[in-house]
Design a protein around this ligand. Structure first.
Ligand code: SF4
Length: 264
């Protein structure tokens, strides 16, 4: 089977099936050029084309709403802001969330890497989402540099304090999502457990790469691209389902926070 690909950028895509959230319609507020404050080694968008942490309007709210209308009556479980990079880099984030809710009245989720939470405007905008899922793949700067390869030097403690501040004010459901490529050492596991105890998310989602990484940017990377793809990919390191399960159980035992992990 060959997957038909298109080069045309459309800011609403899917629905895609998410193991965490069910049938999800995607909104991409970033656009054709992948743009993120991270360049994660496992990113399904391929190597990030524009690695920056500046906020800007990449796709107008009007264009998003016009495309969203075509999907009425939105027979999905959730609408997810994610797409071609870090959605909170969109300066019109608040407007997109407000207008999407007004138009569809569906639950809205934002997937974020958390780097912009140091900005009070981002924190305020995110309170409009029903669910927010924040990526934490690293508990040390070395891990961060190796896995997430940020656009600039980041102070992890500063980000965590801002996540905590957001948690304390946020009424919606907060998840921490963590991608694990190789087994963590005991010290990192303990630090992670202490961190999530402090942050008190409603849920933790553990994941390991199950799809290969496109070598170059593919719009297809926004959705569920399968093992059948007419472009070059790189196989990624991952840990076994048993190891993922063991870590999930260890976290739950020590924190009482529900942990979900992807079972093949
Ligand atoms: S934060 Fe998300 S979009 Fe950005 S590089 Fe990592 S996986 Fe890709």
């Amino acid at each position: 089977m060959i997957t038909k690909l298109t080069d045309e950028f459309i800011p609403v895509y899917g629905p895609v099936k998410s193991w965490r959230y069910g049938r999800s319609l995607g909104i991409d507020p970033i656009g054709k050029i992948s743009t993120c404050s991270f360049n994660c080694v496992y990113c399904q968008l391929g190597e990030i084309e524009q690695k920056i942490s500046d906020r800007s309007v990449y796709v107008s709210t009007t264009e998003i709403l016009l495309n969203l209308q075509k999907f009425a009556p939105w027979d999905v479980d959730i609408i997810t802001l994610s797409g071609s990079g870090e959605p909170t880099l969109a300066l019109n984030l608040k407007e997109i969330l407000q207008e999407t809710k007004k138009l569809t009245n569906k639950p809205i989720l934002v997937l974020t890497n958390g780097t912009t939470l140091t900005n009070p405007e981002v924190k305020l905008a995110l309170t409009l989402a029903d669910r927010v899922s924040i990526k934490i793949d690293a508990v040390t700067s070395k891990q961060l540099q190796g896995i997430n390869r940020p656009a600039e030097i980041l102070n992890l403690s500063d980000i965590w304090e801002n996540i905590k501040d957001f948690r304390d004010k946020y009424q919606g459901k907060l998840a921490i999502q963590t991608m694990i490529l190789s087994p963590w050492n005991t010290q990192n596991k303990v630090e992670y457990i202490n961190l999530v105890k402090y942050l008190k998310p409603d849920e933790i989602q553990l994941n390991t790469p199950t799809r290969p990484k496109p070598i170059k940017r593919q719009l297809d990377g926004r959705g569920n691209h399968t093992e059948y793809h007419p472009y070059a990919v790189q196989k990624l390191k991952c840990i076994s389902p048993e190891k993922l399960q063991n870590f999930a159980e260890e976290i739950y035992k020590n924190t009482n926070i529900p942990v979900r992990y992807k079972q093949k």
